[in-house]
Design a protein. Structure first.
Length: 94
């Protein structure tokens, strides 16, 4: 079974038509979901900073937790400044 997989993979890697299809698919995905690439870059940069202290999944969890807290704090601040409403709610009224 392993030989079969190696053989097929070698054929795929050597076939320029299949490689171009893979490149087209990858580019299409990046165009449809550009935020995913940004998220991946952010995660990888954080992982480089933290080194071996956390796994990649732990880094993603930490980033998500910070983003949640920041959004909550921003919402509370907006409600305090704009008499109980967020900026998004005020703009929706316009």
């Amino acid at each position: 079974m392993k030989d079969l997989i190696k053989t097929n993979l070698t054929k795929v890697e050597q076939n320029p038509q299949i490689n171009s299809r893979v490149d087209i698919l990858a580019n299409s995905i990046h165009q449809m979901f550009p935020e995913q690439e940004h998220e991946n870059n952010t995660t990888l940069r954080a992982k480089q900073i933290l080194r071996d202290k956390y796994s990649l999944e732990d880094v993603k969890t930490v980033i998500a937790s910070y983003e949640y807290l920041i959004n909550k704090w921003l919402e509370e601040y907006e409600r305090e400044i704009f008499s109980g409403e967020t900026l998004k709610e005020l703009l929706a009224k316009l």
